[in-house]
Design a protein. Structure first.
Lengths: 164, 902
């Protein structure tokens, strides 16, 4: 799956001029909501094999895991967005995660499904609607109008809880 | 900043640290020429390099310092504390300039002429002997000392040479660097080959060399010095290279990964039958282990490098405080991880300052206490089972137990009652409590509120422990136990729930199985579980509970459980886990900031099978165990009150057998000694059995009319004494000493027994000691025969002494009313006139004096109680020391008799 990010990156580089005024996002799905994360922010995408819970940590911390010798902190996007937990209670095994890095620390954001890479025009961007749920608003950068649906872009730093 | 300058800064900073240390050493022993040579060379190198790099301020300051040092070196001056102080000041100035240089990349503006002038005067003043006296920079003694030194040196040749040099030294700003270099090189050479004539020849070639060397690179300048000076040191220096710390850190991380990968491979091979990989893997394994060792070694530094600044700190502190302090460093070569070293530097410095400021007394106080005027602070480091132990010992005043106790009570760290029962060592540990400073005044050194708690926290942060032993008047010894390295720790892997956890081995004391059929029982006190382990009760908690997991299912006492006994912050407790796996060397990986609020963990690690487990932070667990105790505060307080009430009625009893198999008892308070005497030494006289005991004859009587005294072998004896008369009560066997509520349920008519009480579930006869005493000694104690038991009112604010004294008095046959205030005592006295009032005068002697004048006491004698035998007890009938139980009884006897007579 990390090839996806690489591909997106190379595309991005090769067509800098043509893509002026646009930005690329990886789409992720959490409980049918489509979300976007800046393609440059994503390190890799992986499936959870084994997750070690951390007693006493914040609720959205699903646990920590070993990703190629690095300790990665897994954050459950569902909990962070105040959505109901997943039906299958298999201890997150097989759940997809988007790997991001912040301040030298590795994080994995647990999502339901990872979609494709979208190039979105800046002209389609809107600020957060004022009546948006506070939990959502706290991690949203803004909204893109897609065909028939809305894509919320995620502020990774806020999602990780490192920036208020 | 260019590379050359950066390198210069690192190097010079290192030099300066060494110079600091060496100067202090030199000051202590001005005849130590090896040390002086070292200092001289270092300052010289700094100076040379500065000139090369075009840093005039540094150069002149260093030069002036060097000139003075040169005088010491050739013996024309002897170092005094003042002049060494001057050199130290110049070193400080160099440091200041360097700091600015580091941040701005350029030498700061400033005027050093005053300092340089002082240094020059110090150097010059002494050479011209008469001028020195006028200037009064030095005391006259150096001159006296300097003369014999001079006479040892070939006068004419050296003197002349120095004069020539001096001519140039005197004008530091006006001389070209090359000339200076040449002059100093000449000075260096001159010292070593002691023949005069050859020297002049010898100067020339190095001078030429030096010119080219200086323009080439300053490193070679240093080599020259090394060759000329310390030949021994040069070999080592050439074999080491500078490596950026980041490179080492990276290397360490990679090795850690390698170790983990190796572990994974080992695990896989272990599970498969395919043996093809076994041999190469074995080799990989051993190479990895060696690599790990070597890389660890690169991170190791002698602990002495963290101590370099200490001699200077101690010296300055001693000077500021007007004290004499020697700092002795031992085990400086003991190596530990760079990272750990960095982290203990500050706590250690703080502790040393504390010792200088608080522990070591001023010379006059020390002399008065019969100690040498110079105090000693000793720092010792050694390895102990994967840890480094640093001991900090001083021979100062020791901790003031009473003051710490008071402060602890005042700060609410401990209840008054507990504080008095606590052993001194535990009281001393309160100095590690936050905000705890007994220093009456804030000094520049310490007592600024940043106290030992910060030290302790810092040491605990790196998985270390700190403890102390202190004897008042003798000194204090601190122990700091720290892991050798932070990166790899030994840990015990345990299972709880479906998860595994690592507990650092440092805090694990032992593993026991408890409950069920095991010999260690688990008991429950209002939901709080405790483990009975070798006569100690340890608080017990499930690991999940301690980690804050809700709805923990707790196994009952009947099933066998694994208990990890842990020790942290002086507290020992048991943690129940489901499974215990193995001890493993684990690589500590830090947790991300998002998980930082899970306080129970200090990190995570990856096991051989690739799974991630959490590393438990023992400090957090001990806190969790402690907190549950806090939750049950109310209950505890209640049970405490109950316990206190019970204690009032409890009496210590000695249980024995005599005559019959049934147990018999006497109050322990009335027994003076327990003896076992050889029956062969017993003598018969006047129908009585006697024995020579402590230089007097002591009658021996059987404790029961049916019992007999042995005629051979060892005879256990309970010895009672009264008014210097002793009597031995022969018993068959001493069984136990218990603390029980003495409730005599049946009285007997039989002589010699008071009655029967239930003790430990058995009917036990309580022996009437008085009966036996009367029988064998006749009129041993007249007042005891009085019909009415005498009534005593005890006024003692401290519950500990109240509880201690009242059973003692009761056992001596008095009726005691123990109260905590004078007012309460007066009310008691009003209802029933006491034979005597015992009043504590330590707490509040003024109100105690009210007892003397208030008519409600009906003129009863008032005996003062004090902790000290020298207390002012004016007006009281007598003064008794609280701890003197025999003196107490006899004083009461005496005072009551006198009172009745009056």
């Amino acid at each position: 799956m990390s090839a996806l990010a690489t591909k997106a990156l190379s595309q991005n580089e090769s067509s800098v001029l043509a893509d002026y005024g646009t930005q690329e996002f990886v789409t992720i799905y959490v409980a049918d909501q489509i979300l976007g994360v800046g393609v440059k922010e994503i390190q890799d995408v992986f499936a959870i094999q084994h997750l070690t819970p951390v007693p006493g940590a914040k609720r959205e911390i699903a646990g920590i895991l070993n990703l190629r010798g690095r300790i990665v902190t897994a954050i459950d996007a569902r909990v962070k967005l105040g959505l109901p937990p997943r039906d299958d209670d298999a201890g997150f095994v097989g759940t997809m995660a988007v790997g991001v890095e912040y301040g030298g620390e590795a994080y994995g954001i647990l999502v339901d499904r990872v979609g494709e890479v979208l190039r979105l025009k800046d002209s389609d961007f809107e600020n957060n609607p004022i009546n948006m749920d506070a939990k959502w608003k706290s991690i949203s950068r803004g909204i893109y109008r897609l065909d028939g649906r809305l894509l919320m872009t995620i502020d990774i730093e806020r999602l990780l809880g490192v920036k208020e | 900043m260019d590379e050359l300058l950066a390198e210069f800064l690192t190097e010079t900073n290192e030099f300066l640290e060494t110079v600091d240390t060496q100067l202090v050493q030199f000051e202590a022993d001005p005849t130590d020429s090896a040390t002086l040579n070292n200092i001289f060379r270092l300052v010289h190198t700094i100076k040379g390099t500065c000139g090369f790099l075009g840093l005039p301020r540094l150069q002149f300051v260093a030069h002036a310092g060097e000139t003075l040092l040169g005088k010491y070196r050739d013996g024309s001056l002897v170092a005094t504390p003042d002049s060494v102080q001057l050199v130290l000041e110049s070193i400080d100035r160099i440091k200041e300039i360097l700091a600015d240089l580091e941040s701005t990349g350029a030498e700061p503006e400033g005027d050093d002429s005053e300092l340089i002038g002082a240094l020059e005067r110090a150097a010059e003043g002494e050479t011209v002997a008469p001028v020195a006296k006028k200037e009064a920079v030095k005391e006259p003694e150096p001159i006296k000392e300097h003369e014999p030194v001079q006479s040892n040196i070939p006068m004419t040749g050296n003197e002349g040479k120095w004069d020539a040099d001096l001519g140039r030294h005197l004008k530091p700003g006006e001389v070209s660097l090359a000339d200076l270099e040449a002059a100093f090189l000449a000075a260096t050479v001159e010292e070593f080959p002691p023949k005069e004539e050859e020297e002049i020849v010898a100067i020339k070639p190095p001078e030429a060399d030096r010119r080219s060397a200086t323009t080439d690179r300053r490193v070679s300048a240093r080599d020259d010095d090394d060759d000329a000076g310390a030949r021994s040191a040069s070999g080592v220096a050439n074999q080491s290279i500078r490596v950026n710390v980041d490179v080492l850190e990276d290397l360490m991380n990679m090795v850690s990964e390698l170790v983990l990968t190796r572990n994974q491979l080992m695990q896989m091979v272990r599970n498969s039958t395919n043996t093809e990989f076994k041999a190469p893997l074995q080799r990989l394994s051993s190479v990895t282990a060696e690599l790990q060792d070597s890389v660890m070694k690169t991170r190791m530094q002698p602990v002495g490098s963290a101590w370099k600044k200490l001699p200077r700190i101690v010296r300055d502190a001693a000077r500021d405080l007007g004290k004499k302090i020697d700092l002795v460093l031992d085990g400086e070569a003991t190596e530990l991880d760079r990272q750990v070293l960095e982290l203990i530097k500050d706590p250690l410095t703080h502790m040393i300052r504390n010792s200088c400021d608080h522990a070591i007394e001023t010379p006059d106080v020390r002399a008065a206490a019969g100690k040498p005027e110079t105090g000693t602070i000793r720092l010792n480091a050694y390895h102990e089972g994967g840890h480094i132990v640093i001991e900090l010992t001083d021979d100062g005043a020791g901790l003031n137990t009473a003051r710490i106790r008071d402060k602890a009570i005042k700060n609410g760290l401990v209840s008054e009652e507990q504080a008095w029962i606590m052993p001194d060592a535990q009281i001393h540990r309160f100095i590690f409590a936050p905000g705890f400073s007994t220093a009456a005044a804030v000094t520049s050194m310490s007592g600024r509120g940043v106290g030992m708690d910060v030290v302790k926290t810092n040491i605990q942060l790196i998985g270390g422990e700190v403890d102390l032993v202190s004897t008042e008047g003798k000194g204090t010894k601190f122990f700091i136990k720290i892991p050798l390295t932070l990166a790899i720790v030994s840990a015990l892997v345990v299972g709880e729930g479906n998860q595994r956890f690592a507990i650092p081995q440092l805090s694990v004391v032992e593993l026991v199985s408890a409950g069920g059929t095991s010999e260690h029982r688990v008991e429950t006190l209002n939901k709080a579980r405790v483990l009975r382990l070798r006569d100690r009760l340890l608080p017990l908690m499930n690991l999940s509970e301690a980690l804050g997991v809700e709805n923990v299912k707790i196994k009952d006492e009947k099933t066998t459980q694994f208990v990890v006994v842990m020790q942290q912050s002086g507290m020992t407790f048991g943690i129940v886990v489901d499974e215990v796996f193995d001890t493993e060397e684990i690589v500590v990986k830090p947790l991300s900031s998002a998980v930082a609020d899970a306080k129970s963990f200090s990190g995570a690690t990856i096991l051989g099978d690739g799974s991630v487990i959490m590393i438990i932070d023992p400090a957090a667990i001990s806190k969790a165990v402690g907190e549950t105790e806090d939750h049950s505060d109310e209950i505890e307080a209640k049970s405490k009150v109950e316990a206190a009430q019970q204690r009032d009625e409890r009496t210590s009893l000695i249980i024995f057998r005599a005559g019959s198999p049934d147990p018999k008892a006497v109050p322990l308070g009335v027994v003076t000694r327990l003896e076992e005497l050889d029956a062969a030494t017993f003598e018969q006289s006047d129908g009585k059995t006697l024995v020579q005991y402590r230089g007097a004859l002591m009658p021996i009587v059987p404790a029961d009319s049916y019992a007999s005294i042995r005629s051979e072998g060892a005879q256990p004896i309970l010895v009672f004494t009264h008014n210097e008369h002793a009597i031995g009560l022969a018993v068959d066997e001493i069984l136990d000493i218990v603390e029980e509520e003495l409730d005599i349920e049946m009285s007997t008519d039989r002589g010699g027994t008071i009655g029967v009480a239930v003790i430990k579930g058995k009917a036990t006869e309580i022996i009437d000691v008085g009966y036996h005493l009367t029988n064998s000694l006749g009129n041993w104690d007249e007042p005891a025969k009085k019909e009415e038991p005498r009534h005593i009112v005890l006024v003692e604010k401290n519950p500990f002494f109240r509880n201690l004294l009242s059973p003692l008095l009761k056992s001596a046959g008095y009726q005691v009313e123990a109260v905590d205030t004078v007012s309460a005592a007066l009310i008691c006295a009003e209802y029933r006139t006491p034979s005597i009032i015992l009043a504590d005068i330590d707490e509040d002697s003024e109100s105690a004096k009210r007892l003397l004048t208030d008519e409600r006491t009906n003129g009863a004698p008032v005996v003062a109680l004090s902790g000290s035998s020298e207390a002012n007890a004016e007006g009281f009938s007598a003064l008794v020391k609280k701890s003197d139980r025999y003196g107490l009884i006899s004083t009461i006897e005496y005072a009551t008799k006198k009172g009745m007579a009056a």
